[in-house]
Design a protein around this ligand. Structure first.
Ligand code: SF4
Length: 469
């Protein structure tokens, strides 16, 4: 991971592209929440709705299944990614289709669905423009709401020239969009199955809510005969009247829009007499460790996330490194929190260290997730200290060297005479310390120790009381 961080820091073009784009998103969010009192009220409301839903998760999921089934939506449960992938494959095989049009969905990134289906001979067509671009380049989405935010127009034009050589070269954004639109129209026309994520699932009505700006989500959910919706179990909310504040928070936090261009409320498959809509709607509910997180009263807050991306747009680490440097599906502050819990501390625990703990993320989080507090908790669990939880890999990040150094540090600071001896020695010999002490110093100079310690300086300045070296 460190190498990817270093590479990202050297990529000036990518850094320029994301800085411009993320600053723009942050400014739009700022304008959308210019009324401080309204923001505080909405954030409290968002936090309360999501926290309440998570506190009743099993009961709400049962209600969602009941209501969806009554509406004609077929509900499937997947405990693991593999089970979810197989469920999708089985549905496609039942319909004997070898092509799937797909809307933007982070949960399918978590599943590794595209690679899984392609290995089974199924063509997967990403229909969100940003997703299409990263699919063509073979990359992961760079940002949770803007998958290709790291690319500029010239890069996209070059990509289209390489992948669609019959189409005239253009760097004009509208022409590029029209090209993608033409290509995708053909896919929508011939696809038998479409797959999307879900932003919220409403338990009382069995409604699947999907927000988007490009209309591709609506095409995926209405043009093909079969619609497969895949979501994590945490997306359920109790009531339909809780949706408006969450949508307001989501869209304003993500793009600064008062509302997205399309808000799709999917309640049922096509009914007799209706002219359009899929004949079958399937809902796949994925656990993949979420119920484990939900059982921890503190870490449960992670599951409140509504995937708006605001924490990324304001994070001093993400805004400099971008998403690919994290090397994980979920990136930025929420990724640093979610991935160690999802993959275990031994695998992704270092992400909890990739934070300055400045708190910008939790300040802008529309559902008030205390990201820095939870990162500190994961750091403690990584070395086996602090509150116990079910996070896999507890204690796996404890290393003998640092642990011994900290024990020595505590021993030296626990006694005034030992402390005096140490600080006196360091102020005399500090200049001899090697310049390269840790990986931290590869890009930073270590601080030089002062030639005289504070107590000595204070005594020289005439402050004698309690200034015993
Ligand atoms: S953690 Fe908060 S700010 Fe970040 S994506 Fe989730 S809801 Fe948005």
């Amino acid at each position: 991971m460190g190498i990817e961080f270093a590479q990202a820091l050297r990529d000036q073009r990518m850094r320029g592209n994301i800085r411009r784009a993320l600053d723009g998103l942050a400014a739009k969010r700022q304008a959308a929440f210019s009324d401080r009192d309204e923001w505080t009220r909405l954030q409290d409301q968002g936090r309360a709705i999501r926290a309440h839903a998570l506190s009743r998760l099993p009961e709400l999921l049962e209600a969602l299944e009941r209501q969806c089934t009554a509406n004609g939506i077929r509900v499937h449960w997947a405990e693991t990614c593999d089970q979810a992938n197989r469920l999708v494959l089985d549905i496609l095989r039942q319909h004997q289709t070898r092509m799937l049009v797909k809307g933007k969905s982070m949960v399918t990134e978590e599943l590794g669905l595209n690679a899984f289906l392609e290995a089974q001979g199924i063509e997967v067509v990403e229909t969100d423009l940003g997703e299409l671009i990263v699919q063509l380049t073979g990359e992961r989405p760079f940002h949770i709401i803007a998958p290709a935010i790291h690319k500029d127009r010239q890069q996209i034009a070059e990509l289209f020239r390489a992948r669609f050589p019959d189409i005239p070269y253009s760097e004009d954004a509208e022409t590029l969009t029209a090209t993608a639109r033409r290509i995708l129209r053909e896919k929508f026309r011939s696809a038998l199955a479409g797959l999307t994520g879900v932003n919220f699932a409403v338990a009382e009505t069995g409604t699947l809510v999907l927000v988007e700006n490009e209309g591709n989500g609506r095409m995926c959910t209405t043009a093909p005969e079969v619609h497969i919706a895949v979501t994590g179990i945490e997306k359920v909310i109790p009531r339909l009247d809780q949706l408006p504040p969450l949508l307001t928070l989501l869209t304003r936090s993500a793009t600064g829009q008062p509302i997205t261009t399309y808000v799709n409320l999917i309640g049922a498959p096509r009914r007799a007499g209706e002219l359009d809509g899929p004949k079958e709607v399937h809902l796949i509910l994925l656990d993949n460790g979420r119920s484990r997180l939900c059982a921890d009263p503190e870490l449960q807050a992670t599951l409140r996330c509504i995937r708006c991306g605001a924490c990324m747009n304001h994070c001093p680490v993400y805004t400099r490194l971008g998403g690919h440097a994290y090397g994980t599906v979920y990136t930025g502050p929420i990724g640093s929190l979610l991935e160690p819990q999802r993959q275990g501390l031994a695998v992704a625990g270092a992400l909890a260290d990739a934070s300055s703990l400045c708190g910008a993320c939790s300040e802008v989080c529309p559902v008030g997730i205390p990201i820095p507090d939870l990162l500190r908790r994961l750091r403690a669990e990584g070395i086996g200290a602090g509150a116990k939880s079910h996070v896999p890999g507890r204690g796996s990040r404890r290393k003998l060297g640092p642990a011994t150094l900290w024990r020595l540090w505590a021993w030296l600071h626990a006694d005034p005479s030992r402390y005096r001896l140490m600080s006196g020695l360091l102020s005399k010999t500090g200049g001899l310390l090697p310049r390269l002490v840790t990986p931290w110093n590869r890009s930073r100079l270590p601080p030089r120790l002062a030639p005289e310690n504070l107590h000595r300086l204070a005594r020289k300045a005439g402050f004698t009381e309690d200034c015993d070296d």
